[in-house]
Design a protein around this ligand. Structure first.
Ligand code: MEV
Length: 332
């Protein structure tokens, strides 16, 4: 095969952020906002990577990529995925990679994991290999850890590979699908780009200084995650909203919520949401709320009139990574 195209979904963390890094469970749903990756085999000893963020393709020799200590941020996940795939197969080859995505800039919906997963799947198809989802997860998670200096729980990689809504724990030791849910969720982008590294680092410092307290917070978050799994299964949105409120309280206690996020959470609650919380590392990105369907039009209108906030129309329980029909060029 001389070319292949794959796509993978972004994610929304529903419950359990931060605690999941320390081995506790979380619940994540895959969203129907996807990254698409087109890969072509090149005859030359060359790797060429085009992304929407770069005006020109990034080019590097095969040996240069093998030896590279660092890569520009815009191509690091793709470049390291190609390198990881070469290591896995024991075979290096020239390749052209084009990526495109439907992501709202910096919304924290997991575009780096999605592009990594789609790259691995497209490389497998290009070279005629059928990888299991577990193999794609392992190769992709190793790539993401390499790109993030060992940090990350892998829940976003799992969402990109397996799709749907999943209960995830301990770097992928537990990955259990939760049957498809018709959750009345609203997702609002706060307008602030968050630094996951900064907030993960903040919690790590807190953990070192106040370990027994932070452990108790994590254990309480884990209990919320387990109850949330039940509430999702039974469709008890009132209960789920209350659990979101509790989870938000613990995220505040960890110091990762900010005033603008608290304002958005309060806005959702005072406009009829059953519950709301930040989603992701904190510091910005998105707030999610479980909102009765009859309240959603009013909230949508208010958000549209506000400055800085935007509604992210993300469908939940999206398909995981998949091969796509070939198209000539995936860039917009
Ligand atoms: C970020 O979306 C969620 C964190 O738990 C980081 C991770 O799990 O990799 C803060």
């Amino acid at each position: 095969m001389s070319s292949a195209v794959a796509s993978a979904p972004g994610k929304l963390m529903l419950f359990g952020e931060h605690a999941v890094i320390y081995g506790y469970p979380c619940i994540v749903t895959a969203v129907d906002i996807r990254v698409t990756v087109l890969i072509r085999q090149l005859p030359a000893n060359l790797v060429s990577i085009s992304t929407p963020e770069l005006p020109e393709p990034f080019e590097i020799s095969v040996s240069g990529l093998v030896a590279a200590n660092s890569l520009p941020a815009a191509v690091s996940f793709v470049g390291l995925a190609v390198r990881k795939f070469w290591e896995f197969t024991g075979h290096r080859f020239g390749v052209e990679v084009q990526t495109s995505d439907e992501f709202v800039d910096s919304s924290g919906l997991g575009s780096s994991s999605a592009v990594t997963v789609a790259t691995i799947q497209a490389l497998a198809a290009l070279t005629g290999r059928e990888l299991t989802n577990d193999q794609i997860f392992k190769l992709s998670f190793d790539t993401v850890l390499a790109a993030q200096r060992g940090r990350g729980s892998g829940f976003d990689v799992a969402a990109a590979v397996y799709g749907r809504t999943i209960y995830f724990q301990n770097r992928g030791e537990v990955i259990e699908p939760i049957e498809d849910i018709d959750l009345p969720l609203m997702t609002i982008y706060s307008g602030v780009k968050a630094s996951t590294t900064q907030y993960v680092g903040h919690v790590a410092t807190l953990y070192q200084q106040y370990r027994p307290h932070v452990e108790r917070i994590f254990a309480n978050i884990a209990a919320i995650v387990d109850d949330a799994r039940q509430a999702l299964r039974s469709g008890d949105w009132h209960e789920l909203g209350q659990l979101m409120n509790f989870n938000q309280g613990y995220l505040q206690a960890l110091g990762v919520s900010t005033e603008p996020l608290d304002v958005l959470v309060a806005f959702l609650r005072s406009n009829g949401a059953w519950g709301a919380k930040l989603s992701g590392a904190g510091g910005g990105d998105c707030v999610i709320g479980v909102v009765p369907p009859e309240r959603q039009p009013d909230i949508t209108a208010l958000i549209k009139r506000s400055s800085g906030y935007s509604l992210i129309p993300a469908g939940l329980n999206a398909d995981g990574v998949r091969l796509e029909p070939k198209i000539r060029n995936v860039q917009r």
